[in-house]
Design a protein around this ligand. Structure first.
Ligand code: SF4
Length: 341
C-alpha cells in the first residue's frame, strides 16, 4: 500500500505545490493535501499556535491538525533560502520545531532543509532526505526531482503569463478567466503568495475584483530577472526574498506605468511586511499618483469591512484619479472597533 504523505495547504504550498506533489507522486507516494482553509482550520490553528505567531503561521498549524490523523508522514520543510544570498522569513526556518512543540500526536515529519544558499551537494542531500521515506533508489529520486522541477517551471511560466492558481489546487492548477487584457482597469495585488492565493484568508479578493471587471496583476507575473534588474540598483540591499520580490515588482510597474491601483494584502504579525508594505506605500505616494490600499488581515476576520474598503477603492478608481489622496492607507483604518480592518 502506498505511503500517505500529508502536505499542509498553507504558506509556500501555493508557490511550490507542483514541485512537491510531482516529486512525491513520482516516488509512488499517495499525496494528501489538507482541506481548503475554513473556519474550523483557522480556529484550531489559532488555538494551537503561540500567540506571537503571525496569522499565516497560525493557519499552517490548523492545516497540520486537519491532516495529522489521516497520513503516515507529514511534509514540513525547513525553507531557509530559495535564491542565492537571500533568505526566507526566519519563521520558516523554525517551522518544524514550532509545530512539534505546539501539536501533539504527530506522525513522522519530513523536515528537510531547503537552502539554495548552500552548495549543489546540499540540494542533492535534500532531495535524498525527502525521498528516503519512499525508496532507497537515489537515481530514481533524482529523476523524480527533475520531473517535478519541469512541472514547477512550467507552472511559474503560466503564472508569468497571467494565470492565477485555481481554488481547486492541486487538481486544477489555474483559475478561469485568467487574463482579461481587454478590461479597462488594472489593479496590482501585492503580498505573499499564501495571502494572495488562499481565498478564505483574503475573502476571495480575486472574485471581488473580477466581478467588478478589473484586470488583476500579481507579483508572480513579473519575471525574476526583472526583479533583479530593479533591485540591483535599489538604494537598500535586502536579504529577504519577499522584500526583493515586492519592491522589485513595485518598481517594475512604476516604470511601465500601466496600472491603475495597488492593493497590498498583509497579515497581522508579519515582521517582513511591517517594513516592506511601508516602503511600498511611501514610494507609491511620493513617486506616483497611483492609488494604494493596504489591507491587513487578522484572525477575527471581518468580511464586511474588507468588502466595503475594496468596493470603495474600486469606485474611486472608476470615478477617476482626482480624489486619490483621500484613500485610506496603512494604519488609518486597519483596526476598527469590530476588531479588524
Ligand atoms: S513573511 Fe510574514 S507572514 Fe510570512 S511567515 Fe514570515 S512573518 Fe509570517
Amino acid at each position: 500500500m502506498a505511503v500517505k504523505i500529508g502536505i499542509p495547504r498553507a504558506l509556500l504550498y501555493y508557490q511550490y505545490f507542483p514541485l512537491w506533489v510531482t516529486y512525491f507522486e513520482a516516488l509512488d507516494a499517495e499525496v494528501i493535501i489538507s482541506s481548503e482553509t475554513n473556519k474550523k482550520i483557522l480556529n484550531e490553528g489559532i488555538s494551537a499556535a503561540i500567540n506571537e505567531a503571525c496569522l499565516p503561521i497560525k493557519l499552517f498549524h490548523g492545516h497540520v491538525m486537519d491532516l495529522k490523523d489521516r497520513v503516515d508522514v507529514l511534509f514540513i520543510p525547513r525553507i531557509t533560502s530559495v535564491y542565492q544570498k537571500e533568505y526566507i522569513c526566519p519563521k520558516f526556518c523554525g517551522l518544524p520545531e514550532m509545530i512539534r512543540h505546539s501539536i501533539g500526536g504527530l506522525p513522522p515529519v519530513i523536515d528537510a532543509e531547503i537552502n539554495f544558499f548552500e552548495s549543489r551537494r546540499h540540494i542533492k542531500d535534500t532531495i535524498y532526505e525527502m525521498g528516503n521515506y519512499f525508496t532507497r533508489d537515489r537515481k530514481r529520486m533524482i529523476r523524480a526531482f527533475q520531473q517535478a522541477k519541469e512541472r514547477y517551471q512550467n507552472y511559474c511560466r503560466q503564472l508569468q503569463k497571467g494565470k492565477i492558481p485555481s481554488l481547486e489546487l492541486p487538481f486544477h492548477m489555474y483559475r478561469e478567466p485568467i487574463n482579461q487584457k481587454q478590461l479597462p482597469k488594472r489593479i496590482l495585488i501585492m503580498g505573499h503568495p499564501y495571502n494572495l492565493y488562499d481565498p478564505y484568508l483574503n475573502m476571495d479578493m480575486f472574485s471581488i475584483l473580477t466581478a467588478r471587471g478589473i484586470q488583476i496583476l500579481t507579483p508572480e507575473m513579473v519575471k525574476r530577472n526583472e526583479i533583479n534588474r530593479f533591485m540591483k540598483s535599489y538604494k537598500t540591499k535586502f536579504y529577504w526574498t519577499f522584500a526583493n520580490k515586492m519592491i522589485g515588482t513595485m518598481l517594475y510597474h512604476i516604470e511601465r506605468g500601466e496600472i491603475d491601483g495597488v492593493i497590498y494584502i498583509s497579515t497581522f504579525g508579519c515582521g517582513v511586511d511591517s517594513v516592506v508594505a511601508d516602503i511600498v506605500e511611501k514610494t507609491m505616494r511620493e513617486e506616483t499618483s497611483i492609488p494604494f490600499l493596504l489591507i491587513t488581515l487578522d484572525e477575527h476576520r471581518g468580511e464586511a469591512g474588507v468588502y466595503t474598503r475594496v468596493e470603495a477603492f474600486i469606485d474611486m478608481l472608476e470615478w477617476g484619479r482626482k480624489d486619490e489622496n483621500h484613500i485610506s492607507t496603512h494604519g488609518q483604518s486597519v483596526h476598527s472597533s469590530q476588531g479588524c480592518f
